[in-house]
Design a protein. Structure first.
Length: 161
């Protein structure tokens, strides 16, 4: 398995291959998302964080996932339209991925091994789990879905300095 965030890649919501090295030198927040989840309202504060800090070198990367309660049933076009129309999402969205199991996206295998969850578990428990990566590509921390995006502002500001 690759040892660096920047060695990872993913497919964006338009079907284009994207290297995480495109985000070198930025503070990155990676989030697995879903359109029909109790945490879906977090799209709005995630977009707010992105707008607030993007010019300082911050980016949110959204990865739709249908593994938790079937809460992301739509195809990529439907997901993109939903996020834009309902929450004004302009941060990068990626194609739907699995975050757990044998079909988990390599990026998520890397993130989970870099920042384990509760009691050292690598498994992601629900939608809107967040991973914070510093400007050097080091995965610093995993946040549970219950942690509100706005509660990360101080940490993001510190990393942007």
């Amino acid at each position: 398995m690759s040892q660096s965030f920047y060695e990872q890649s993913a497919v964006d919501i338009q079907g284009n291959a994207v290297s995480m090295s495109d985000y070198k030198g930025k503070v990155v927040l990676v989030v697995n998302t879903a359109s029909e989840c109790g945490f879906t309202h977090q799209y709005k504060p995630l977009e707010h964080l992105y707008q607030l800090y993007k010019d300082q070198g911050f980016v949110v990367l959204g990865f739709p996932c249908n593994q938790f309660g079937g809460q992301e049933k739509g195809d990529e076009a439907t997901i993109s339209q939903f996020c834009e129309l309902n929450f004004g999402v302009s941060f990068p969205l990626f194609s739907k991925v699995d975050v757990n199991g044998t079909e988990a996206a390599p990026l998520y295998k890397f993130l989970k091994s870099s920042a384990k969850g509760l009691l050292g578990s690598e498994s992601i428990k629900w939608n809107f789990t967040k991973f914070l990566i510093n400007k050097d590509g080091k995965v610093l921390k995993r946040y549970s879905p219950t942690i509100k995006p706005e509660n990360l502002m101080t940490e993001i500001e510190t990393l942007l300095k």
